[in-house]
Every structure is written in C-alpha cells, then in structure tokens.
Design a protein around this ligand. Structure first.
Ligand code: GRG
Length: 296
C-alpha cells in the first residue's frame, strides 16, 4: 500500500475516534433517541467532511484540538441530513451503507427525533467549543459559517429545490443549483471552518470556499455517475421507486462521458486553486483525487 493510503487509513481512524468522543453517553428515559443518534453516527461513512475540516486547518497551521468539536458537529449535521433524507416522506430508503436506515431500525418517529437531536447536539458542541476556545472569535465565525452552509442558503435550500422538482424534467442550471447547495455547501462549510479556526486571511478563506465548491460539485456528479455505472446497486439502492427511475440527473441530461469530463474539469480547478495557496497540500490533493476516483 502506498504511503499516502496508509496515512489516509490512519487519519480516518483518528477522525472516527474524535467523532465518537463527542457522541452522547448519558442515559435516561430518552435512551431510545440517544441509541438512534449513536446508531446513525456510528453506522460508517467516509468521514469526508470532518477530515477535510481538519486537513484545511492543518494547511493553515492551526492547532488541531481547535478543530475536534467542529469535526464532530459537522459529521452530526451530515448524519442528521441522511437520516431525514432516508425517511418515507423524502427518499424512503430502507438501507444505507449496507445497514438498515434509522427509521427502518427505530421507527419513523425516532428517526425524526434523532435527526433533530443530532442537529441540536451539533450546535451544543460548537457553542461549548466557542466558550472553551483560545480563539473564540474564530470559533464563532466557524460556527456561523457552518450554520449558513447547512441551512436555507446551503444544504436545506438545495434539498428543498430537489424535493420540489422530483419527477420533473430539470435544466442543467437547476441541477447545478441543487448540487451547489445540497452537496457542495456542507463541504464548503467544513473546509472554510478549518481555515477560519486556523486564522486564515479573508482572501484565503474565499479561495478555500471555491476549492470546496469545485470538489463538492465534482463529488456529486461522481455520485450520479456511480448511480448508473458503479457498484451501487447493492443493498442500499436495491429498490428504486418509479420516481427515482425517472429522476433527472447530471448524467441523464449530459451522458456519462461528458459528466466524467466535467468531474475532471472541476477537480482540476480545485487542485489549481489549492496550489495557488502555496502550502503543503500533498495530502489534500491525494484526498481530492481519491474522492473523485472512488467507486462507491
Ligand atoms: C434532509 C435537510 C436534508 C438534506 C438532505 C445529504 C442530503 C441532503 C441528501 C442525501 C442524498 C444525497 C445523494 C446527497 C448528496 C450528498 C451526498 C453525496 C451525500 C452522501 O455523502 P457521503 O457520500 O456519505 O459523504 P457517507 O455515507 O460516506 O457519510
């Protein structure tokens, strides 16, 4: 195995430990919702968002411990979005990552509550971090950025446009709008929070936002490509509803080959911007290539 791949595996283990260390442990009569939260967070996943948050902080010479609570928070926000996205009222998926989805395991009511609880818990963790940070102003800006990118001008906004257009023909502009908000925004929030926590300059944070946008969009187009070409027809996506079969995607509009070219172009843009920062970016570059070349 090559050196960067070993480094990647070790980093994912470390990121996972950090996330687990912030998971709720206290017990009470509300144990079921706590179990559902922990089940959802611990069900696996690539841990992409907390990893890029940490790596961006390191790129700008930040202090690692400052990132930890934000890494856990961003993964909880991401997890809540998946739990809610899988609900019968949204995508109605029974499996994710080869495991039962939260509502399939704990019931719809508990999945709604677990998503709500994860979102609240994320902000509790981040506001604790603001109070304990050596750099509270940076920490509050990082929290504000994450809030904006996860909310109506970010992920929730993108999901809204997606849901409203379900089953309809969409233009490539609408698809790009959805990708930017639903997928790229949270990756932008993650990388920007890392840069902010490290004390990066405003111009640098702007570049980081652009890098994350390109990577986020490339990541989503790749997801669409894998839906038709990859090994995604396992448990998780075994049963496609009629609506999903008729879904307009980047690939259904432009075809696999053009979509693949666009993934390459967005990744190249991201890597050029990353290089323009003149930092030790070897691992982030490796990570970007890995995310884009992934087969699941
Ligand atoms: C319910 C507010 C709300 C939002 C849902 C995340 C999302 C928005 C929907 C999930 C469906 C989807 C394909 C979203 C695009 C983003 C994406 C590819 C999410 C999956 O992220 P990964 O691949 O997941 O990082 P893992 O399992 O690795 O954590």
């Amino acid at each position: 195995m090559d050196k960067l791949q070993i480094l990647y595996n070790n980093k994912i283990d470390k990121v996972t430990d950090i996330i687990y260390s912030f998971c709720p442990t206290e017990e009470g009569l509300q144990q079921t919702v706590i179990d559902a939260m922990n089940y959802s967070v611990k069900a696996g996943g690539k841990r992409l968002r907390p990893l890029v948050l940490l790596e961006t902080l390191k790129l700008f010479g930040g202090e690692e411990e400052e990132a930890y609570p934000f890494m856990a928070a961003i993964e909880m926000i991401h997890t809540y979005s998946l739990v809610h996205d899988d609900l019968p009222a949204m995508d109605n998926d029974k499996y994710r990552r080869g495991k039962l989805t939260t509502h399939a395991k704990f019931g719809e009511n508990m999945a709604i509550l677990a998503g709500d609880a994860l979102l609240n818990y994320a902000y509790e963790i981040m506001s604790d971090a603001v109070m304990n940070s050596k750099y509270p102003k940076r920490a509050i800006r990082a929290m504000q950025t994450i809030a904006r990118k996860a909310g109506i001008y970010g992920m929730v906004g993108g999901q809204t446009v997606d849901v409203e257009n379900e089953g309809k023909e969409m233009s490539i502009d609408t698809i790009n709008y959805i990708h930017n908000l639903k997928t790229a925004a949270l990756i932008e929030g993650s990388m920007m929070a890392g840069a902010i926590l490290a004390g990066a300059k405003a111009e640098e944070i702007d570049i980081v936002e652009k890098i994350a946008k390109s990577i986020g969009v490339a990541f989503q187009i790749q997801d669409d490509i894998l839906d038709v070409t990859g090994d995604t027809n396992q448990l998780g996506k075994a049963v496609l509803s009629d609506e999903k079969n008729h879904k307009t995607t980047y690939v259904s509009l432009l075809g696999v080959n053009i979509s693949k070219e666009h993934v390459k172009r967005y990744s190249r843009d991201a890597i050029e911007l990353l290089e323009s920062l003149n930092k030790d970016d070897a691992f982030l570059k490796f990570l970007f290539v890995k995310l884009i070349d992934r087969d699941k």
